[in-house]
Design a binder for this molecule. Structure first.
Ligand code: XBP
Ligand code: MG
Length: 282
């Protein structure tokens, strides 16, 4: 753990100091939040896997947007088979068949990511470095497969995911995927922190619902598929985390006080969270 460096923090307002517990961990979603992986990453990998599997399935950009209502790759394949391929959905070995197809898709996806197909979103690496520098722990809560996340982190940080994140909740560690709160509750248990001491960064309504159901204050950075969505109850909604030379635009919620989301901005928002007082007893 990197020791706190309080010189990097701006002073909190007096109301912020009074109202909330200290921010101790930031929990990041992956797809759409760390990187815009869905339209040109996961979707393309699914289509290549279908091709290699001899399926005539093709998920267009628009169709894939609809299919994102089924969180998780295996769940998405099952959902599509149920609607479009009843003969496959009726197989007695459906679970094994879906798992094999999904392993193939995940291998294709990892190769694409390791080849640098998808950049991190603006501000992600900067904010993570800032948070670690002030002693705030990092964690992951995602529906995506652990090997897919590890490829993304290796590619952009040059380290395995567990050297950056204290806790990684990914894939099938919980049976019920987002919008169920289970993955966030699993991460909180493993961080050994109450929800009140944490803050989430998400990109989708499904992710926001999962975090809110676990009582976690949530900042949204909208992604390719979620720019038109509503995010009621989010702490702040922005177009990205931004960089000093690539400013974020605020869409709603707590005001952003500079061009980009910094560690001190997250601390300030977290401290001002209006339901923080009730969280103190959770
Ligand atoms: C988004 C998802 C993922 C990916 C595919 O996850 O629903 O399932 O689309 O990943 P999140 P896998 O926003 O929670 O990161 O194929 O590896 O399941
Ligand atoms: Mg997401």
């Amino acid at each position: 753990m990197v020791p706190p460096n309080n010189s990097l923090l701006k002073p909190l307002t007096s109301s912020a100091k009074r109202s909330a517990p200290r921010l101790q961990a930031v929990i990041f979603d992956v797809d759409g939040t760390l990187a815009d992986t869905e339209p040109e990453g996961h979707r393309v990998a699914f289509n290549r896997a279908f091709d290699e599997f001899g399926l005539d399935w093709f998920w267009s950009v628009n169709k894939y947007g609809e299919l994102l209502s089924a969180a998780g790759g295996k769940e998405r394949i099952r959902h599509y088979a149920e609607q479009h391929a009843p003969e496959l959905y009726g197989r007695v070995d459906l679970d094994t068949w879906v798992a094999r197809l999904h392993v193939l898709k995940s291998d294709i996806y990892a190769s694409m990511i390791l080849a640098g197909a998808i950049p991190l979103r603006p501000g992600v690496k900067r904010l993570m470095n800032e948070l670690r520098a002030v002693g705030i722990r990092l964690a992951i809560a995602t529906t995506t497969t652990p090997s897919s996340l590890d490829s993304l982190i290796m590619t952009h940080f040059g380290h395995r995911m567990l050297s950056i994140f204290d806790v990684v909740g990914a894939g099938d560690v919980v049976p019920k995927k987002k919008p169920a709160p289970d993955i966030y509750e699993w991460v909180l248990r493993n961080l050994e922190l109450p929800a009140a001491a944490c803050l989430v960064i998400e990109d989708s309504p499904i992710g926001l619902a999962a975090a809110q159901a676990a009582n976690l204050p949530t900042v949204i950075t909208t992604s390719a598929y979620t720019t038109q969505d509503a995010f009621p109850g989010a702490l702040a909604v922005l177009t990205s985390l931004g960089e000093p030379d690539h400013p974020s635009s605020q869409l709603s919620g707590e005001p952003l006080s500079g061009p980009c989301v910094t560690a001190s901005q997250l601390i300030e928002w977290h401290a001002c969270h209006k339901t923080a007082a009730s969280f103190q007893h959770s």
